[in-house]
Structure formats: C-alpha cells, structure tokens
Design a protein around this ligand. Sequence first.
Ligand code: UD1
Length: 342
Amino acid sequence: MVTGGCGYIGSHTIIALIESGKYDVVSVDNCARSTAEAMRRVKEITGVEVKNHQVDICDRDAFFRVFEEEGDIAGVIHFAAYKAVGESVEKPIMYYRNNLGTMMNVLEACGKYHVKHLLFSSSASVYGDIKDLPVTELTPLGEAFCPYAHTKQICEGMIRSEIVADKELTALILRYFNPVGAHPSGLNGELSPDKPNNLIPIIMQVASGKMTQMAVFGTDYDTRDGSCIRDYLHVCDVADAHVKAMEYLMDGRNTERCEVFNIGSGNGLSVLEMLDAAEKAVGHKLNYVLGDRRPGDVPAIYSDSRRANELLGWHCQYNVHDMMESAWKWEKHVGLELRTKN
Ligand code: UD1
C-alpha cells in the first residue's frame, strides 16, 4: 500500500514498484494535493492499472475499511502529508492535524492488520541548520525551523514508540534531500501549485514563459559562489530507493526494528549551478535576478549517503542534466496537455 500514491514521489514510487515486478500495488490518496490523473499516467507508463482509494487517511474508519477490502497488505509506504514550508508557518494546526493524524492512523492500522513493513517519508529538514557537513544519519536533529519539519520529527518519534509496542512491525525512516525532475518519458512529474515555492518548478515556469522572472535567493552566503547549496536528486532515484528499502526489510537484512537512511545524492549544488544546468537543458538563457536571502533558508546542506549506498545497495543513476532535461520535458508535456484541453 502506498499512501499519497497520486503525489509526486508516490506516483514515481508506484511506477518503480511495478517495474520491479515484485509487487501488487494499491494507493490511498484523497487527492487533496494531487489528482487521480496520476494513476492514468502510471498506467500509460507501466501498462498496469493501480487502484486509488480516494479516502482521507485522517478518517480512521474509512482508512481501516480499505484494509478490510484489500486483505493482506505486506507493506505500507507512507507518503501522504502536506509539505509546503511556508503554508505550515501560516497554518500550523492544519499541518499537525493532517501529518500527525495520518501517521497515527497508519501506525494503528499496521498493528490492527498485522502489517510487517513500513517505510516513512521523512525529510532532511529534521536536521535543522547544520554546520557539520555532510549530514549523516547520526547527526543530531536540530531545532525544527517550521511546523512542517516539526511534524516530520514527531512522526519519526511516533514510529519509534510504536515499534516497541507492535512487535510485528519493522520500519525505515527515509530522510529525503531535494527530489527533483520527472519520469524520463516526460509523462509523469510534479503538479506544482500555480505559484510554486521550490526551485525547479520555478525555473521551469520561467523557462516556459509562465513566469516572467525569478530571483536567486541570496548571493552573499559563505559558499563557493555565494548562493545556497542543496543536495538535489532525481525523483526516479528516490523512487528506486523505496523499492530497495522495501526489499531490505522483506529480506530481513535490517539489524534494528527501526532504521534511518538519508536519501540524497551526496553532492551539493548551488542555485547558480542549477540555473546553469537548467539553461543548458532548455537551450536558452533564463531571466533571473540576484535577490535577497529567503528567510528560513540554511546556507548549505547535503547528505552523506554511504549508509544507503552500502546497506540498501542504492546509488543514484541520474545526474543533474537528467534532472533538468526530464523536468523540462514534463513542463512542456503539461503545457501541451493544458492547451489541448482548453
Ligand atoms: C524546501 C524545504 C524542505 C522541503 C522541501 C520540499 C525550506 C527551508 N526547506 O527545501 O523542508 O522538504 O522544500 O518541499 O524551505 N531558491 C531560489 N529562488 C527561488 C526558489 C528557491 O534561489 O525562486 C533557492 C532556495 O533559496 C534554496 C534552493 O533554491 O536555496 C532550493 O529551494 P527549494 O526548492 O524551496 O528547497 P529547500 O528550501 O531546500
């Protein structure tokens, strides 16, 4: 079972699970921040029809009915959550209610329906502002800089508490860095809000002309070119990490009942370097200005991913050019679809 299967990372993970040839997949997603169209895209790419139960996971009874209907669920991958940092500052209670509510019901269902394996979508934001780079799984968690990051810290704690009580359950916490890009076919990608907040969707909207201009948020950081450094990785690599992580649990290769993995490329790239890569992929200059710092941004963060490399046998297959090329393909595909519909 994939919760949030119609979302950006969820839908790419469903594709990877199907392509592994090992799983029957079912999705649960109320499509609050996604559309059921995602399952059509999954079918277009894989040829497999995946059922999405359009159910709010915070609705405990409705969610439990999905388990009654579906029968044995071997593993749950829990993506369903809100993830916009700025919105979480404006509407913290909405974030706590949704992200913690879904987590509680997922954990309770795992106990009630004897689910043995759980993967949880956490975030590098749990580390807070880290000076000691790269970040390893042993790096102590910092103070959460927004309610969204705090919900991820609390969910990690909930899982740790629950596995003590639920002796059947084993879990992995996957802390993603910056997933970007789209399926190489250009047929599946991130459905951004009208005003996206993240770097790549913004770059792509500037490239396609949907936005006229963008800003580099800060050029006076203590980094190699003054702009912020992040660990960007291709969404299909993130998806593949889930397939490998689920195999790791199912094979019983874990040594603890709850383990943590950083899911990052291990490389830090600056905003200016990303813009340069984007210009190469789209084939023209992008209209950007050098702007002020964005409040809440950390200067640099990137992952030490050796644990995932060694134990999961997971390595990134895609480079920054692939990330930009696929994102651009997707941007053009979405634009074309919208124009055809209108
Ligand atoms: C943000 C969240 C993170 C969350 C992730 C996915 C923060 C501090 N972190 O990561 O918790 O998991 O989104 O939703 O908000 N940038 C520009 N110009 C722009 C947009 C972005 O220069 O118009 C820069 C930012 O300053 C940053 C980098 O691009 O340095 C990446 O930004 P973004 O894509 O928003 O990701 P994060 O901030 O790393």
